[in-house]
Design a protein around this ligand. Structure first.
Ligand code: MG
Length: 160
């Protein structure tokens, strides 16, 4: 069977004056993430993974950060639009595995809700989307709580 695999990475810095949105879920936390859009690093990493798998470049090419249209944008909507372009090229997302690297907050309690929103945006089954959390064992910029990094891998199958 023919399939494609793509890898996405994203990171954002914590900032005190915004809500924390990850995977389309607003998570109670003292800090949010800085960025032009809602800074949803989970949605951004997955968007890059599906665009990469389809050979369609990256999120910045499709949704330029300089474009005022994407200011404070709902990144789940960007993921939906990116997946529309993936479909137009003959593919659809089948499965994804996502790791969020952050000292806090804990990701596990929100993983299922995130998978549900990511599934709704891509048409994949929620059970085929895995969201996991890891700390960085106190090391480096993540360990100091300066921000969050996300790694996502996604597979595409031919559009039926
Ligand atoms: Mg980003």
């Amino acid at each position: 069977m023919t399939f494609r695999i793509g890898l996405g990475y994203d990171s954002h810095r914590f900032t005190p004056d915004r809500p924390l949105v990850l995977g389309g879920v607003t998570i109670p936390h003292a800090q949010g993430l800085a960025g032009h859009s809602d800074a949803d690093a989970v949605a951004h990493a997955l968007t890059d993974a599906i665009l990469g798998a389809a050979g369609l470049g990256d999120i910045g090419a499709h949704f330029p950060p300089a474009d005022p249209a994407w200011k404070d944008a709902d990144s789940i909507r960007l993921l939906e639009l990116a997946h529309d372009r993936v479909r137009e090229s003959g593919w659809q997302m089948r499965q994804a595995d996502i790791t969020v690297v952050a000292e806090s907050p804990r990701i596990g309690p929100h993983a299922r809700a995130m998978a549900g929103r990511l599934a709704a945006a891509t048409g994949a089954a929620a059970a085929s989307i895995s969201v996991k959390g890891k700390t960085n064992e106190g090391m480096g910029w993540i360990g100091r709580g300066e921000g969050i990094a996300v790694i996502a891998i996604a597979s595409l199958e031919p559009l039926r």
